[in-house]
Design a protein around this ligand. Sequence first.
Ligand code: XLS
Ligand code: CA
Ligand code: CA
Length: 435
Amino acid sequence: MEYFDFTDKVGYRTGKPFEFKYYNPDKIIMGKKMSEHLPFAMAWWHNLCAAGADMFGVGTADKSFGADVGTMAHARAKVDAGFEFMQKLGIKYFCFHDVDLVPEADDINETNRRLDEISDYILEKMQGTDIKCLWGTANMFGNPRYMNGAGSTNSADVYCFAAAQIKKALDITVKLGGRGYVFWGGREGYETLLNTDVKFEQENIAGLMHMAVDYGRKIGFKGDFYIEPKPKEPMKHQYDFDAATAIGFLRQYGLDKDFKMNIEANHATLAGHTFQHELRISAVNGMLGSVDANQGDYLLGWDTDEFPFNVYETTLAMYEILKAGGLTGGLNFDAKNRRPSYTAQDMFHAYILGMDAFALGLIKAAAIIEEGRVDKFITDRYSSFDGEIGRKIRNGQASLEELSDYACNMKKPDLPSSGRQEYLEYIVNNALFGE
Ligand code: XLS
Ligand code: CA
Ligand code: CA
């Protein structure tokens, strides 16, 4: 059965109603194919499951794909529709939570059996295509048992359920050849300190992660584990507030060798940072793994998960990614159509929008790097450290007394050189909009 019969494979500038204007997979940018720079992934949950329900109303989109929702026939139909969707868009990866793939049963043994069945089917569909799993995860936030978190729960029984879900999700991720495994700590946080032992909860989260690493490595998982930072929503305080916080946590508990960051654009802005900031902090700590490629709304204080269209942002994000030497993970569209955009055609337009926004961002970021003035400016900006005293400071050979003597001989330093921010912004605008 063909689910999206209104389009065949979406190509580059074909002149058809569904076409890419900028994403040209084989085009070489800075020595590498665009498709290699941009390992796009489909998020199973938004694209194949979510019908647009919000706090005030039910879904508007039909994601039944011709089957009864909540059945294994529906689970299979989603696989079929998902593979057709990815193949038509030339998307090579997908990401999933356990419960995106199958309806959860009352008995975890039955849920696990369903997961075995559907992952067999996905494996079968993968044969003969170049589609792979980018990352898997366990949904440890939706079911009421996780109201107080999974790793951070006050219930030892619930903690064991979380462990069982992680074990199974890891099995499936490895079976599907996943590059990564994500921990998003949606409910790992607290509402009030009056009922919370923060140290106890953080130790338990770390304990669960250690068990996941041990098990994953035992079954042959070679990829990275990821923490996906988010400051709030659903919890008031989430422990993985931002990249810097999550990296500190990983180091404190000895998890930094096995984990990297999965940076989501919308979570960055919720934390009061730019997307680029979170990418840079991850990169300079050697922990940039994967990206959830979406966009928030600066006027709204919650996670809107919009498809990225802001090319200024995608340019600066791709600048960070290029500078970091690329991603070992991918660019997962953890994004959803707006509720009134409810048709199957809208699903295609959303992905075309997002893929083109990142493709154009890549082209413009490469242009900024190749043009060279921004990088040169940064090098020059720190050139005072090329002198004798500067080199001593950088080499760790200076003492406080020596620097004090140096300063006292000088009496008063000149002002640092200008930051020239407007000049740099003008260069970026020229790359974006110049001739
Ligand atoms: C929710 C998160 C979630 C993670 C995976 O805000 O973005 O979807 O990516 O659990
Ligand atoms: Ca996400
Ligand atoms: Ca999100």
